[in-house]
Write a protein that binds this ligand. Structure first.
Ligand code: ADP
Length: 470
């Protein structure tokens, strides 16, 4: 078997393993352990100019090859086009996007520079798997350099309907570039349909047949063990003691405008306003470490959240209880796993999310004898699998408040029935399955559509046991 070459904007630090490693590193770890591999991408550092030759080092069977980005490329390719234009458009947020022609030029330049630096490292029988929206153009660039290897692409975020995507000034060039891939994986069938429609409209009907849905998962067993272990630590014990018997409602997200944080906080405020019996019964802990703090829209969001948390706490707090605790520092992932097991309810309400792994982690973290309730946005990819969640419209604070009221009163037999469906789904679509299915499609061992269907196979919900919310 040839090598597996993984290309992603960020290359994980090989010193971070297991519980602290990033999601993609965890998801690929099985595949990487089985064969010789290469991880290629940005080092995370900036320099005067983007490097032309990667720094290389080896750990076990994996060769790491990374490039520093020049300051101009960091600004235009990464902050500008990737985070300022593509990220909002792919999450259906045209109004937040900022378009600058120089950003597009930088994006094209870096995709080309990555291809030029990777090409000399490649062997003829390598399989290349490129990840995410930072690198849409890379297969086209590699082909132009004469690379004939199989090249696959996975988009970790949503893909919007064509008319939304066309709001991006260079949308047409991106769609054409996507046609250079041999297999194209999306999180859900809706995303796959949107991309197929865009490809067909652009005259790339053959490429549309190479698009499939491959919902990504987590290491469910590993996360369940982590949560059970961390449940009995000092940090979790301190949090439990501080609740004084009240239910914990937990939110865990990067501080990002796609995560629906203002509406979520307003939803908790509505719970206290409309259901006075719930006042003093629950404490909402939102952990939201600052991300992309150098982008204006993120700074504005932070100010908005500071204000709304302050307003609700000022209105409803008692001398011995504040409704909302809000932390913008990073909290270690193992500690988060313990908090998840402690919490009665998780509030996962992104306005739009490719998958949302926090939702799956929450399910895996629960005590099987006494699980909590997941309140989940119907616009997260995970909603298609997690039918046992209380699904809400994340834009509607009243809907969130009603779901919270239902969740706080939910009897144990209903919590168990809902959680069992979700746990089966999370264990049935793990990271390892996702990876194996995509590679089967990319390496031609299975049809893309067939492999995608198998990757997304979900155990149906035990509907008769799930009471519907009024
Ligand atoms: P995104 O990739 O958009 O940030 P996901 O929910 O898909 O959203 O993945 C986020 C990952 O980062 C999860 O594995 C989650 O546990 C972790 N994470 C998110 N927020 C925090 C936080 N506040 N502290 C620690 N880990 C976090």
């Amino acid at each position: 078997m040839g090598r597996l070459v993984i290309v992603a904007n960020r290359v994980p630090d090989p010193r971070e393993r297991g519980a602290t490693a990033g999601g993609l590193a965890v998801a690929l770890s099985d595949a990487l352990a089985k064969r010789e591999s290469v991880w290629f991408g940005w080092s995370g550092n900036t320099a005067d100019h983007t490097a032309t030759e990667p720094q290389q080092f080896r750990r076990g069977r994996t060769l790491y090859a990374t490039l520093d980005l020049g300051q101009d490329d960091y600004r235009h390719y990464y902050q500008g086009f990737s985070n300022g234009a593509l990220w909002p458009v792919l999450h259906y947020r045209l109004g937040v996007a900022r378009f600058e022609r120089e950003d597009w030029v930088g994006y094209r330049r870096v995709n080309g520079a990555f291809a030029a630096a990777l090409a000399p490292l490649l062997k003829p029988d390598d399989t290349i798997w490129i990840h995410d929206f930072h690198l849409f153009l890379m297969a086209q660039e590699l082909r132009a350099l004469g690379c004939r290897q199989r090249i696959g692409f996975f988009l970790h975020v949503p893909f919007p309907p064509r008319q939304v995507f066309l709001g991006l000034p260079n949308a047409a060039e991106i769609v054409t570039a996507v046609a250079a891939y041999d297999a194209i994986g999306m999180q859900t069938e809706d995303d796959a349909e949107n991309l197929r429609a865009a490809l067909i409209h652009a005259g790339e009907a053959a490429a549309a047949l190479r698009v499939g849905a491959f919902p990504i998962g987590i290491d469910a067993e590993g996360f369940a063990e982590l949560a059970a272990r961390r449940f009995h630590t000092k940090e979790v014990e301190q949090l439990r003691a501080s609740l004084a018997g009240r239910a914990l409602v937990l939110g865990v997200d990067r501080l990002d405008y796609t995560k629906g944080l203002p509406q979520r906080i307003a939803g908790f405020g509505k719970l206290l306003e409309r259901f006075p019996r719930q006042r003093g019964k629950a404490t909402f802990l939102q952990v939201a470490p600052v991300s992309r703090g150098d982008v204006a829209q993120y700074r504005a969001l932070r100010r908005e959240l500071d204000e709304s948390v302050g307003r609700i706490n000022g209105q409803y707090a008692e001398p011995d209880w504040a409704p909302i605790r809000y932390i913008t520092r990073a909290v270690a992932r193992p500690t988060i796993a313990g908090y998840m097991r402690l919490s009665r309810i998780a509030l996962v309400t992104p306005l739009r999310d490719g998958m949302n792994l926090v939702a799956k982690e929450y399910v895996a973290a629960q005590d099987p004898q006494d699980p909590g309730v997941l309140v989940l946005s119907r616009f997260a990819g995970a909603a298609l699998e997690l039918e046992g969640a209380l699904q809400v419209n994340p834009l509607d604070p009243d809907d969130i408040a009603e779901a919270l009221d239902t969740a706080l009163a939910m009897p144990k037999d209903e919590r168990l029935a809902r959680w069992r469906q979700m746990d089966e789904a999370v264990r049935g679509t793990t990271a390892a399955i996702w990876c194996a299915r995509f590679l089967a499609a990319l390496e031609g061992r299975e049809e893309v559509a067939e492999a995608g269907r198998a990757a997304g196979q979900v155990v149906p919900a035990p509907r008769e046991t799930l009471r519907r919310r009024a």
